[in-house]
Every structure is written in structure tokens, then in C-alpha cells.
Design a protein around this ligand. Structure first.
Ligand code: HMG
Length: 416
């Protein structure tokens, strides 16, 4: 029995904007976004959504699918760089919203986009020591850059929840390699000072830091792990989908695989693209981007993944990189990503701009503002009063939406 990922679920905000529309509004050739960056749609939060509600939705979905484990969750770890408080972790809001057991460690980890992987590795070690208990690892983020900045088109938002436990291959989704390759290197490529709601970034420099981290982490992995067979699939941290293409090219060249341009297109199409389609439609979700790609792969390939080998690369600016591998098990449920995407509503660029600016103002002004429609959702952020964040779990919405299985309701509920 190995500690493994047993299941995965995804939550994404209610709204999205099409990159084609954003390009037109910014006077940019839409092909730059579609092909140059590989982005098609970008998730946009409503006023009632934040990193806590997204995380709660993703984890709630997961627990609904595994009702027998809920009272054996002994660890709830949240990887995020969209922390809502300097001291109080998102994990403790989730502990309350999800009615987790009292005997449960609940905390947050941070290292930019690497935080989710740090949490996952910690949870894996913990479940190895506690084979009868389970861990929840949740990655949740809202990627926000200044409007009109080069980073604007690489925004997004969403959460991925993973259930970790010790099980035989028949019950696992993905068992991770015992060894990882790691590379830490202090740089200012992307960061967000505590007094800012949007990120600072040196775009081109961040790309080269990412690629250097990939090669260094891979070399460290190679030195530790004896099995060097080529994986069947590759998952990368995806700040924008074209980055996965750059990473795959760099890694293949580094290994001396000598792919021609045509060959690499074919290999990429078979080994990387099967997971990447979902990142094209949601955008960068920072800590969750790598695991969103895992969910995309599970949705697209399903049972084909049985016993297949996979390589994963996690990068967090600042920076920490990790390269590891895994083997798929035999429990390969689809994460209902098409339901999640169909549930969303498209907004125009003017509405996206208004929501973007209002979200920043709300954090600054500590206001209480909510759309009536949001109150029908299972988890809603009502706003800030007396410096306290107020969240509502709507049991009526949970029950009625579960019963109706209606197309207009939250995907989290429908996935149950
Ligand atoms: P930019 O200046 O807007 O774009 O910045 P560009 O001029 O570099 O163009 C981008 C690509 O589009 C280029 O392709 C162009 O040739 C192509 P490349 O040379 O790279 O192959 N292009 C076109 N293609 C087709 N038709 C056209 C056309 N025009 C141009 N008409 C940048 C892009 C990604 C730098 C910017 O969006 C940015 O700063 N993003 C945020 C930072 C980022 O995502 N960094 C990635 C690595 S760091 C990381 O992953 C960590 C992170 O997730 C945070 C964390 O760890 O927490 C960000």
C-alpha cells in the first residue's frame, strides 16, 4: 500500500471572458493570445467568490464522492498565494465550512505556485505514517495582474482538491515516485508584496527562471532515481499553455532526444496536449495549475491511463522547482470538467474590468457587497465587516440543487 492521490476535483468561478474579446479590446492581434500564449478563455470571479469559496467548492465535491472518509480526515493543507489573512489560514475556514473532524491539522503553505506541491508531498508523507487516515490537499488561487499589463491575459482563478490516502492500485488514481528532483534558487521573477493585491512580474526573466528550474530539478531527479524510461504523459505548471510547449522542448533537448520541429509537434500532441486543454479554458490558477492539468488528463483519457507513467513539473516563482513521476492506478473517475465549464457564464470585457476593479476595492474598503444570485450558491463570500471575513454555507442550496440535478446549478453539486 502506497500513499497516493485517490481522487481529484476542480472548482472554477462563475464567469469567464474570451481571450479573443480581450485582444480586441486591447488592440492586440487575437492570434497572439490564441497561439503565442495558447490561451482561449480566462476565469473571472463574481463578488461572492474568493480563494476560500473556490477551495470549499472543490473540496466539498470531493468529500461528497467519498462520504466514508470524511470523519477520518486528519490533515487539511491549503497551498495558495491568494491568502486572505496574514495569520488565519484558508484551511481553518474550510475546516468549518466542510465540517471536518476536530482532530485535524489545518494550515496553509506558501511558495508561489509551488505551494500545492509542497502540501501534496507533506500529505503523502503524513498518510504513509497514518495509513488508516486521509489528507485533503487543496490548491486555490486568483491570478490577478494590473489591467493593460502584459500579465493581464495570463490571469485565471480556480481550485483543485485532492484526496490523499494509502491504498492498493485498484483504489488509487496516481501513485507518486518515492524520489523527487528539487531545485531552490532565490530570484525576483514574480512576487506580490504584502501591500499589493496584484503581482509584480519580470515576464521574460520569469520564463527563463522556470526553464532553468526545470533542467536543474530534472538533473536532481535523474541522480536520485534509477528508472529513466520515457514517461507516457507530461504535466507541467501552466502559467499560460504555450509555456508547457517551451518546457517540453527544453526538456527534450536537454535529454538529447533530437526531435525535429515536426516530430516534437506529434509527441507534444500525444504526451502533453491531452491534459492541457483545460488550462486553455480557465487560465493560470497558480498553485493548482499543474493539478488542473492532471484533472484535464483524467477527463480526456479516462481508463486509457491505467498503469501509465507520468512526469510532473512544479514551479513556484521566487523560486522552487520539483520534478517527479507517478504511475496511474485503476480508479480513474472523470472529474466532470465539461459540466463545470458548461455551468459558467461568459461576460464581456467591460464586465470583466468592473469585476476586476471591484474585487480590489472590496479588499481595500472592507465593504459588504453581494449579488442576490450569489446567495444561491453553496459557499458565498459575503464581504468584510469589523475586519472579519464572512462566509455563508447554504445548506438549502446544497440540498435543493443536489435533488434537482439542474443544469443551471453549481457543478460542485451536480458532480455529487
Ligand atoms: P508579452 O510581452 O505580452 O508577449 O509577454 P510576447 O511579446 O513575449 O509574446 C508572447 C508570444 O506570442 C511570443 O512567442 C510571440 O512571438 C508570440 P515566443 O517567442 O514566446 O514563442 N506572438 C504571436 N503569435 C502569433 N500571432 C501573433 C503574435 N504576436 C506575438 N500575432 C508574458 C508574455 C508571458 C511574459 C506575459 O504575459 C507575462 O508577464 N505573464 C506573467 C508571467 C508568467 O506567466 N511567467 C511564466 C513563468 S513564471 C511562472 O510560471 C510562475 C507564475 O505562475 C507565478 C507563481 O509561481 O506564483 C507566473
Amino acid at each position: 500500500m502506497d500513499a497516493a492521490i485517490l481522487d481529484v476535483s476542480v472548482a472554477t468561478p462563475k464567469y469567464y471572458v474570451k481571450h479573443e474579446e480581450l485582444a480586441k479590446a486591447r488592440g492586440i492581434d487575437p492570434d497572439k493570445y490564441r497561439y503565442g500564449l495558447g490561451c482561449w478563455e480566462m476565469a473571472v470571479c463574481s463578488p461572492g467568490e474568493d480563494a476560500v469559496t473556490l477551495a470549499a467548492q472543490a473540496a466539498f465535491d470531493l468529500l461528497q464522492r467519498h462520504p466514508n472518509v470524511a470523519d477520518q480526515i486528519g490533515l487539511c493543507v491549503v497551498g495558495t498565494e491568494s491568502g486572505v489573512d496574514q495569520a488565519k489560514p484558508i484551511a481553518i475556514y474550510l475546516h468549518q465550512l466542510l465540517n471536518l473532524p476536530k482532530s485535524c491539522r489545518a494550515f496553509e503553505v506558501k511558495h508561489a505556485c509551488y505551494g500545492g506541491t509542497a502540501g501534496l508531498q507533506m500529505a503523502r508523507a503524513w498518510t504513509q505514517q497514518h495509513p488508516k487516515r486521509y489528507a485533503l490537499v487543496i490548491t486555490t488561487d486568483i491570478a490577478r495582474y494590473e489591467r493593460y499589463s502584459p500579465g493581464e491575459s495570463t490571469q485565471g482563478a480556480g481550485a483543485v482538491a485532492m484526496l490523499i490516502g494509502s491504498a492498493a492500485a485498484e483504489q488509487t488514481l496516481l501513485t507518486l515516485s518515492k524520489e523527487s528532483g528539487v531545485h531552490a534558487n532565490e530570484v525576483y521573477d514574480f512576487w506580490r508584496p504584502t501591500y499589493q493585491s496584484t503581482a509584480q512580474v519580470k515576464g521574460k526573466f520569469s520564463i527563463s527562471c522556470y526553464l532553468d528550474g526545470l533542467v536543474e530539478a530534472f538533473e536532481d531527479y535523474k541522480a536520485r532515481e534509477n528508472d529513466h524510461t520515457e514517461p507516457d504523459y507530461f504535466l507541467f505548471h501552466v502559467p499560460f499553455p504555450r509555456m508547457a510547449r517551451k518546457a517540453f522542448r527544453r526538456l527534450s533537448d536537454h535529454k538529447g532526444l533530437n526531435y525535429s520541429d515536426e516530430m516534437i509537434e506529434n509527441v507534444f500532441e500525444n504526451k502533453v496536449e491531452p491534459g492541457l486543454w483545460i488550462n486553455r479554458r480557465i487560465g493560470n490558477i497558480y498553485t493548482g495549475s499543474l493539478y488542473l492539468m492532471l484533472a484535464g488528463l483524467c477527463e480526456r483519457e479516462g481508463e486509457k491511463l491505467r498503469d501509465k507513467r507520468i512526469a510532473l513539473f512544479s514551479y513556484g516563482s521566487g523560486s522552487c522547482s520539483e520534478y517527479f513521476t507517478g504511475t496511474f492506478g485503476h480508479n480513474l473517475p472523470k472529474p466532470h470538467l465539461h459540466n463545470i465549464l458548461n455551468w459558467r457564464k461568459e461576460v464581456d470585457v467591460a464586465t470583466y474590468e468592473q469585476l476586476h476593479d471591484e474585487a480590489l476595492a472590496m479588499e481595500r474598503n472592507q465593504s459588504l457587497r453581494i449579488e442576490l444570485e450569489d446567495l444561491q450558491h453553496p459557499f458565498t463570500f459575503l464581504g468584510i465587516r469589523d475586519h472579519e471575513r464572512i462566509y455563508k454555507r447554504n445548506d438549502l442550496a446544497i440540498q435543493s440543487t443536489s435533488a434537482k440535478d439542474n443544469d443551471s446549478i453549481s457543478p460542485t453539486i451536480r458532480a455529487c
